[in-house]
Design a protein around this ligand. Structure first.
Ligand SMILES: [Zn+2]
Length: 54
């Protein structure tokens, strides 16, 4: 399962959530620190695979 990185916009707490794609599509997770749903997703490692050819 992919791990998503989030940052809480209220308390600026970064956190990780393991979600299925369905769960991820359904709703945003809550901040584990303050319980806010005002969170923003960071670029997940799952999707951050760039085809960098040197
Ligand atoms: Zn928070």
């Amino acid at each position: 399962m992919p791990v998503y990185d989030y940052v809480c916009m209220d308390c600026h707490q970064p956190f990780e959530v393991v979600l299925t794609l369905t769960e991820h599509d359904k709703e945003a997770p809550k901040c584990p620190k303050c319980g806010s749903k005002n969170v923003e997703q960071e670029a997940a490692a799952f999707f951050a695979v760039t085809s960098r050819k040197s």
